[in-house]
Design a protein around this ligand. Sequence first.
Ligand code: SIN
Length: 289
Amino acid sequence: MINASNQIPEFTAFELRPLTGSLGAEILGTDLNGASDEDIAQVRMALDHYHVLAIRDQLLDPTAFHKLARRFGPFTGNPIHTPLDGFDDVVRFTREPDDRGKVIGENLHMDMAWMENPPAVTMLYGEVIPPVGGDTLFASLSAAYEGLSDTMQDLIRNLIGVHEGKGVFAVNAVHKSLGVRASAQAVEEIVAHHPLVCCHPTTGRPHLFLSGVLNRFVGMTEAESQPIISFLQSHAQRVEYACRLRWATGTLTMWSNTCLLHSAINDYPGQRRVVLRTTVAGSPPIAGS
Ligand code: SIN
């Protein structure tokens, strides 16, 4: 549960409505274009506790989105996607009505887990959202860790995951509208090691560090690692650890990238969906439980 180990602070800068018992909150009644430093600090605090925020009714063009994002921290870099003209840190994900096949981000994943220091926060802004469909599904890796038995927690506590960029280029390159950089092929060679059990840098709350590109553990073969990985992946997808976020045009969504998995839901054929995206750097994953 969200508040099992953490005291939730009071928020005065906006109205906050929790979305589920495990993660996620809606924020209403604030215009982040004119936000004070105190407003930004309160949003950051809400994010640290709820891990996913849907901040409603924001009016952001790419410049305003860029300026707002950078108030939460520096850009992580993005070796995969070509940014919008005039920006280094903002990309646009577009799904046209006649696009077929998977939507961008359809498989449950963590953004750029193959980086040595993966994004602490991902921000997405809804420019065009279908009247129904196109939700994003989130799975709390904190609730999933807390839901394991003590024995299982002890068993996995010191494992180090090997997260590989292999296959990432192909997954992105199928989306013609994405503008995947030619240099993105280099990501195929990247391998990053992250502790399987980490703790949140601000709240100290433990979480699993799973991703769609976790293939084995250090010192173990893939055959030895895969049963543990597949158990943890399916455990993390239990409905009580999930939150399904309904978008609207003007919704700004932020998530604590390493504390959850997410997937874009492919249920709006024939409709257009356009979002802006950027990522925010934070401290590298911290081992802990
Ligand atoms: C993503 O995986 O970053 C995209 C999620 C979405 O479009 O809902």
